[in-house]
Design a binder for this molecule. Structure first.
Ligand SMILES: [Zn+2]
Ligand SMILES: [Zn+2]
Length: 329
C-alpha cells in the first residue's frame, strides 16, 4: 500500500519483492499495526517522508531471506520491526546511549519503507524477537504503542498516581504495565467519550473522566498521547508540585499560552522521541510478565485506508492491525 502524496489515499499495487542488502533481512509480513504517526505522515504533518513510501512501523513477520552478514536471525524466525530503523552509531547521541536522538537516524515507514506490504526488509540490528505468547496481530502494537508507551512511562518517573490523556493504543498498553507496577491510573478521554471511559476502567483505571475535568486527586505525573496541544495546560493543572507532564507523541497541535503559575512549583514538561533498542529489549522482556494483553481490530492489508480513516475518527478501540490473509501459506 503506497503513499504518494498528501490527501490521496494509499494505492494498492504490486511491487517487486525487495532484496535484502548487507545486514538486512527480508521478512514476510504477517501483521503491521497502524500507529497515529502513520496518520501524521499521510496527513502531511510529518513533512519529510521518503516518496513514494510504504508506511507502517509495527511489523511482525517471518524471516524469508538473509542479506550478507546477518547473524542474529535465521530464515523462519519470527521478528518484529519498530520505528527506529537505523542509526549511525557515531554521533554524540549514539555514543551516549541516546540513539533515539541520532542525528542521522532512519525511521521505518517514514524514511525507510515499512510494513503495509507483503514483504519488507529491515536492518537486523534493529529487529526484536517476539515473545512466544503473542499471536502476530497481538504482538504488532507492542512495537510502537508498547515501546513508546513504555519509554513515556519511564520518563514519567515512579510516582503512584498517573494520569493518561488519550486512551488509544499506547495508553491501553501503558495502563496494564502501570497497574502491574501497583500504580493508580487516571484516564482522561475526549469529553463525552463514554466508550473510551469504559475501556479505560476495564483496563484497570481507578478513575476515568473527560480531558477537561480534573481527577479527584492531584497526580504525580501525566502522559499525553493525544496530539492536542491544549492538553498540556490541562495536564499541568492536574499534577502536583514537582510533577511531570510527558508528551508521548511525535506531533502535537500548538500549545496555547498558559499562566506561569501552573508550571511553577517545579512542575516540568518533557517529550519522548523515538526509542532506543534498549527500550525494546526491556519492554519485550516485561510485556509477557505483566502480561500485557493487546486489544486489536484487524483489517486486511488492502483495507489500510479504512483502518487509517477509522483511527482518525477515533473509532478504534485498542489498536488497528493490518494482516496479510495469505501470510501462513
Ligand atoms: Zn547517530
Ligand atoms: Zn508509532
Amino acid at each position: 500500500m503506497l503513499f504518494e502524496k498528501t490527501s490521496a489515499p494509499l494505492r494498492a499495487l504490486n511491487l517487486p519483492t525487495p532484496v535484502p542488502g548487507p545486514n538486512q533481512l527480508l521478512m514476510r509480513v504477517h501483521a503491521c499495526a497502524v500507529c497515529r504517526t502513520d496518520l501524521h505522515v499521510v496527513d502531511g504533518e510529518l513533512t519529510q517522508p521518503k516518496l513514494p513510501l510504504i508506511p507502517g512501523h509495527e511489523i511482525v513477520g517471518a524471516v524469508a531471506d538473509l542479506g550478507d552478514g546477518v547473524n542474529r536471525f535465521k530464515v523462519g524466525d519470527r521478528v518484529g520491526v519498530p520505528w527506529l530503523g537505523w542509526t549511525c552509531g557515531e554521533c554524540a547521541y549514539c555514543k551516549s546511549g541516546k540513539e533515539n536522538l541520532c542525528d542521522h537516524a532512519k525511521f521505518t515507514g517514514y524514511t525507510l519503507d515499512g510494513g503495509y506490504a507483503e514483504y519488507a526488509v529491515a536492518d537486523q540490528r534493529f529487529c526484536f524477537p517476539i515473545p512466544k505468547s503473542y499471536s502476530d496481530a497481538e504482538a504488532a502494537p507492542l512495537l510502537c504503542a508498547g515501546l513508546i508507551g513504555y519509554r513515556s512511562l519511564v520518563k514519567a518517573g515512579n510516582g503512584k498516581r498517573l494520569g493518561i490523556y488519550g486512551f488509544g493504543a499506547a495508553a491501553h498498553i501503558v495502563a496494564q504495565v502501570a497497574s502491574y507496577q501497583q500504580r493508580e491510573i487516571y484516564a482522561f478521554t475526549r469529553p463525552g467519550g463514554d466508550e473510551a471511559k469504559k475501556f479505560a476502567m476495564n483496563l484497570g483505571a481507578v478513575w476515568a473522566g473527560g480531558s477537561n475535568e480534573l481527577a479527584p486527586e492531584k497526580l504525580d505525573a501525566a502522559i499525553i498521547f493525544a496530539p492536542a496541544g491544549e492538553l498540556v495546560p490541562q495536564a499541568l493543572k492536574a499534577v502536583r508540585k514537582g510533577g511531570t507532564v510527558v508528551c508521548g507523541g511525535i506531533h502535537m497541535s500548538d500549545i496555547p499560552a498558559f499562566p506561569y503559575s501552573i508550571l511553577w512549583e517545579e512542575r516540568s514538561i518533557c517529550s519522548v522521541a523515538n526509542l532506543t533498542r534498549r527500550d525494546g529489549e526491556e519492554f519485550m522482556a516485561l510485556a509477557p510478565k505483566v502480561p500485557v494483553r493487546t486489544e486489536v481490530e484487524t483489517f486486511p492489508l488492502e483495507e489500510a485506508n479504512e483502518a487509517l480513516h477509522r483511527l482518525r475518527a477515533g473509532k478504534i478501540q485498542g489498536a488497528a492491525v493490518l494482516v496479510n490473509a495469505l501470510a501462513s501459506l
